[in-house]
Design a protein around this ligand. Sequence first.
Ligand code: RIB
Ligand code: NA
Length: 309
Amino acid sequence: EAFDVTVVGSCMTDLVSQAPRLPKAGETIHGHKFFIGFGGKGANQCIQAARLGAKTAMVCKVGKDFFGENYIQNFKDNGVHTDFVGQTSDAATGAASIIVNDEGENAIVIVAGANMLLGGEELRGALPAVSRAKVLVCQLEIRPQTSLQALRMAQENKVKTIFNPAPAIADLDADFYRASDVFCCNESEAELLTGSSVANVEEAHRAGQELLKRGCGSVIITLGPQGCVVVKAQGSSSKHVQTTAVPAVDTTGAGDSFIGALACYMAHYPTMPLEEMARRANQVAGVSVQTVGTQKSYPFKKDLPAALF
Ligand code: RIB
Ligand code: NA
């Protein structure tokens, strides 16, 4: 069976509290709403790609618990192939405690749990889904070595790779760059990886060039309401792709919506310029920030303008 997009990555149950602001250390504050949702960067990206019409497979591990069972059903409800979703009784399904303030900003603590037990053995079992995908996507909420192995497996099989170094680690193994056709991160991740400030478009261009030098095919640095910067090895051009301003209610998982959309475009329109894919992916992510929640705010193809397809 062939897939448009295969994601090797994380699943988390999102425990979300909306509050006027983020609490300080030692402080208790009143929030106004609590809800539980499906999250985790890997799964979020996979679900967004699926909702835009990509044929998707997820390679991940959840616990043999209530949250894990629920998560598998969530994949099925979204049409994601689940043969490579493993369950373990050795750890709990990953969980994310999230606080969203009135500006739509968030602070997140993840306890990866079962996600950390995804390893080489599961990857070898998932070879059919990795080698027969058009695009493979990885992040850093599972063991970094598992992500790197998946990216390499994809490249050996001529599958295009998108790597999202999130959450970022300062001492990222240099091999990740060489294993990434598209290296896509946000401004704070770019800052951590390059060690220099990425606070505006100008600095993003510079950081993008620096990351590109480390060996990836292309670099995208997302900049929230400022759109993104796309840097391509080919001609080493660096372009700022602007986006339309939208009222942000909850930006949690907007970056994942962007990457899921990008993966879908890369699979469906392999010859489209990367800047154009990024422009469209920005619009998809822009829809997600206008309603609360992570996956539950991700648009379906039928809800979006036809011009995006
Ligand atoms: O990128 C957003 C995601 O990060 C949330 O869904 C949460 O689960 C954390 O993994
Ligand atoms: Na949202």
